[in-house]
Write a protein that binds this ligand. Structure first.
Ligand SMILES: NC(=O)c1ccc[n+]([C@@H]2O[C@H](COP(=O)([O-])OP(=O)(O)OC[C@H]3O[C@@H](n4cnc5c(N)ncnc54)[C@H](O)[C@@H]3O)[C@@H](O)[C@H]2O)c1
Length: 253
């Protein structure tokens, strides 16, 4: 398997990289964080690590081109990059922050798909996998831009599955619930500030909204990505698959 992952220097993307590596795959990642990319080259030297912002078309096309040159093609593309965006009532939000959120979560996915698709056509059991969120399955008061961007990924998943199914390319999205780690700590802090509530109360609210009363790990998400990349999932396309312990609600108020 030849795998390309955006935002792979940390978090879910890094879990993807490690999980696919453990299966013997050739793995390339991009990340906007130059220091994290340098660190990754030290800790995981077998991973082909590119410094690229997913919203920069030239950079992302270049990273995909270099990966194809190094691996001789591409089978799995994880368009994973996403940022949380601003938190607060919609009328209080800044337009530049709205655009940045849409740009990374949605346009970044488009650019990655655009430049990967010609290579996926020649891949083995090819899969284009977006990282959505439970925010793409529910309304999410106080997180309008992120919510809108993740719902838009559902449209992209369905349409691309139809456009590419005839070429044997499967297109799916994973919808992680709250993932243990640094990012959710940042999200909790931003939402606590926006709603004027203590962080621990926000954390308890998230856990209460999940049937299994727990968060998930990046490894839980990566395990599902690995299944979708396997021959066992060869007829699964056009789906948004939650990995969240079954979310009941995201409403924080
Ligand atoms: N962590 C969660 O709880 C959670 C839940 C649901 C969905 N998601 C989604 O999963 C994906 C990955 O999330 P995460 O928690 O691993 O993120 P994270 O905040 O931990 O960041 C992971 C990496 O993304 C990189 N990155 C940020 N902007 C980038 C850009 N423009 N171009 C390239 N790289 C960039 C960062 O440098 C970082 O190394 C995102 O699409 C996110 O929306 C995360």
């Amino acid at each position: 398997m030849r795998v390309f992952i955006t935002a792979g220097a940390s978090g879910i993307g890094h879990a993807y990289a490690r999980t696919f590596m453990a299966e013997g795959a050739q793995v390339a990642v991009t990340d906007i964080d130059a220091e994290a990319i340098a660190a990754l080259r030290g800790t995981d030297p077998a991973i082909l690590a590119h410094h690229a912002d997913v919203t920069d078309e030239i950079a992302i096309a270049g990273a995909i081109g270099q990966t194809v040159e190094a691996f001789g093609g591409l089978d799995i593309v994880c368009a994973n990059a996403g940022i949380g965006g601003p938190a607060g009532a919609l009328e209080t939000l800044d337009a530049a922050e709205w655009r940045a959120c849409i740009d990374v979560n949605l346009t970044g996915a488009f650019l990655t798909a655009k430049h990967a698709i010609p290579h996926l056509r020649a891949g083995t059991n090819p899969l284009l996998l977006f990282t959505s969120s439970t925010a793409g399955l529910f309304g999410y008061p106080g997180r309008g831009p992120y919510n809108a961007a993740k719902w838009a990924l559902t449209g992209l998943t369905k349409t691309l599955a139809m456009e590419l199914g005839g070429d044997g390319i499967r297109v799916n999205a994973l919808a992680p619930g709250a993932v243990e780690g640094a990012r959710m700590e940042r999200v909790l802090a931003a939402e606590a500030a926006a709603h004027g509530r203590p962080i621990e109360e926000m954390r308890a609210q998230y856990v209460k909204g999940v049937s299994m009363r727990s968060w998930v790990t990046a490894e839980d998400i990566a395990a599902t990505a690995l299944f979708l990349a396997s021959p066992a999932a060869r007829r699964i396309s056009g789906q948004v698959i939650p990995v969240d312990g079954h979310t009941e609600t995201l409403a924080p108020l």
